[in-house]
Design a protein around this ligand. Sequence first.
Ligand code: SF4
Length: 384
Amino acid sequence: MTEPGFGLYVHWPFCLKKCPYCDFNSHVRDSIDQTRWREALLKELDHYAALTQGRPVTSIFFGGGTPSLMAPKTTAAVIDRAARNWSLAPGIEITLEANPTSVEAGRFAGFRAAGVNRVSLGIQSLDDAALKFLGRAHSADEARAAIELAARSFDRYSFDLIYARPGQSLEAWAAELEAALVLAGDHLSVYQLTIEAGTAFHTAHARGDFALPDDDLAGALYELTQARLAEAGLAAYEISNHARPGQASRHNLTYWRYGDYVGAGPGAHGRLTLDGVKHATRQKKAPESWLAAVEANGHGTEETLALSPEQRGEEMLMMGLRLAEGIPRRRFRAELGVEPEALLAPVGLARLIEGGFVTLDADRLAATTEGRQRLNAVLAMLLG
Ligand code: SF4
């Protein structure tokens, strides 16, 4: 399938503790009223269903925060409401992000019974010292046990790893990748550690508590990752995502193929074509403000913005060039009514093609592996 699909993203904003590198909309609370949260999520789904009726949902993604801390009853209620409000496409992918603590793994059967058929585990490392540095609440043994349980419990599973950590050598990362490959199913997400503003790591890094690998080593770590995973049959289909053929995350493909998706829950973003115009939607970010708004108005939408052709072109490029498959010409025509040449800076495009960073043929525009490694620079040149 190469069409973007129509996705539903549901954000659960709570975590047991805040990881020092994390800039997601995640919060720690002493107690959560699951019933109130469930009712509010269902209300917001009703609101968006009224705007987007008649479209079959091709994927549902429970992200966070830590949605494996959600009561399975809530997960089941959201899936049931999605089926009632829209319809569920045959073979729908329903993913839940989970952390590998024993408490959450203990709920896998409940999530499975609710209808979840894919789990994405935040493993991050298979090394106890690295897990400690990353501030994770689980051990490497717990991570292995959770992966094995996920493999037995769900049709499909994936896990995340973070590399380019302080002091990590090529040899050490190669060994960790081998250990991961023993446990891997059909999908792996492998991210370079980045320092985001507003995180505890940002302060610690600025203070000089640790240093990241320099650009040369980071580049070598990226290349090693690409080569080893491709050799193992898990080629990159996106900058940080690897899968066997046909096993890419369909929900994330909807984002990258610039399809429409509903974003429900605190801070969730959506892209919806309403009356023929693509809109960006954004929900209130603070959990309590979102909850109060939904209870008062039926939704927690902070902003609904009609996107200009320039904004759509830019977003489509930013998303689509992350993918190895690139962007088909027909998507440029359908979304913007033009061929890619009309959108791109001619000099920048020519230089990127000549340098081996971008390809453009009769069928599609794509960034090469080298181009995807430097995507921000590539985009700056393409957009002039
Ligand atoms: S568990 Fe995930 S979402 Fe929560 S703080 Fe850690 S990295 Fe962020």
